[in-house]
Design a protein around this ligand. Structure first.
Ligand SMILES: NC(=O)C1=CN([C@@H]2O[C@H](COP(=O)(O)OP(=O)(O)OC[C@H]3O[C@@H](n4cnc5c(N)ncnc54)[C@H](OP(=O)(O)O)[C@@H]3O)[C@@H](O)[C@H]2O)C=CC1
Ligand SMILES: O=C(O)[C@@H]1CCC=N1
Length: 283
């Protein structure tokens, strides 16, 4: 199996997540000429072309010589795209490994949609990255179909480590929907929290600019402490909370207003939406 630097990579869809992953690959010494992106929208395609990677609007042509294909279209488009690719592989002896980042779409759906005219299907890995991939601070979950080899898994690991600090392989497919509800959608939860913090502090008199700088740096600082400290998040929280002090007053308010229940319901809603997308689009 070639390394990620030696592999021919094709991205089907060149939007936000594909661009983030491609940025990480280019910083990780993957040659531009080994990457091809198929993207219909000229604005996105031209942005990617400016990085030096190959671009096209023809999904089949992009995938022709690829060792690894990354399906980076919206879940609603995945079926059409995959059926087109599978049908084109009748004469192809060695099928590429396929990586999907589409929320919810199951390994089983991909196996069905990608079947070649002579009844074969590629080895498939489902991945859930997140947008901090853009700055190589991503968190990704992954699950492989049973036929994926250790070398193929390693190749996908190399792909993900170009953009992710944390890569978690799960062994039950439904857990990838939980990863989606946790870290796939998760950056938005922290952005929303900072938006609310800024709004509160602004109401209390701080300027929006000062409040945004303080809140965003607090988010980053707390995140860095959680990824570098030996202490659990709960202990780090206790370390900030003086008895009957200011943090205690705030956390008590969170608790009284049902913070834990709100978070629980939100993560569950995202997880269930991923599963629902997968089930609806399988039809
Ligand atoms: N955004 C996020 O935070 C995350 C997203 N994901 C998953 O990543 C996938 C992509 O999301 P994201 O990058 O945000 O979406 P984008 O809409 O930014 O990117 C998808 C791209 O695919 C293009 N496209 C549409 N139809 C086709 C086609 N038939 N062939 C080739 N390309 C096509 C779209 O072009 P056009 O605009 O012209 O339609 C668009 O540029 C989704 O499945 C999502 O679930 C996973 C983790 C995190
Ligand atoms: O909102 C979504 O559906 C995608 C998947 C995870 C993050 N964004």
């Amino acid at each position: 199996m070639p390394t990620i630097q030696e592999s021919k990579l094709a991205f089907i869809g060149g939007g936000n997540m594909a661009s983030a992953i491609i940025g990480g690959l280019l910083s990780n010494s993957v040659p531009k000429t080994n990457i091809t992106v198929s993207e219909p929208w000229d604005v996105n395609r031209n942005k990617l072309a400016a990085t030096g990677v190959n671009t096209t609007t023809d999904n089949v042509a992009a995938a022709t010589a690829a060792d690894l294909i990354i399906i980076a279209v919206k879940p609603q488009v995945a079926k059409t795209v995959c059926e087109e690719l599978g049908k084109s592989w009748g004469d192809r002896k060695d099928l590429p490994v396929l990586v999907s980042i589409a929320a919810g779409i199951t390994l089983g759906s991909f196996q069905e949609w990608l079947e070649t005219p002579d009844g074969r299907a590629p080895h498939i890995v489902r991945v859930m990255p997140n947008t901090p991939a853009l700055i190589a601070e991503g968190a990704s979950g992954a699950i492989a179909s049973a036929d994926v080899t250790a070398a193929e898994k390693e190749l996908v690991n190399e792909l993900l480590s170009s953009v992710s600090r944390s890569i978690e392989w799960v062994d039950k497919e439904e857990l990838l929907d939980v990863v989606t509800g946790l870290s796939g959608s998760g950056p938005a939860y922290f952005f929303a929290m900072v938006e609310h913090l800024v709004a509160s502090a602004t109401k209390l008199g701080l300027s929006k600019e000062q409040a945004t700088r303080l809140a965003a740096q607090t988010c980053l600082g707390a995140g860095k402490m959680m990824t570098t400290s030996d202490e659990e998040p709960g202990q780090l929280r206790k370390n900030v909370t003086s008895p009957n002090g200011t943090t205690f007053a705030a956390l008590q308010t969170f608790e009284q207003q049902g913070f834990e229940g709100i978070v629980d319901k939100a993560v569950k809603a995202a997880t269930e939406r991923a599963a629902e997308l997968g089930a609806t689009l399988a039809k």
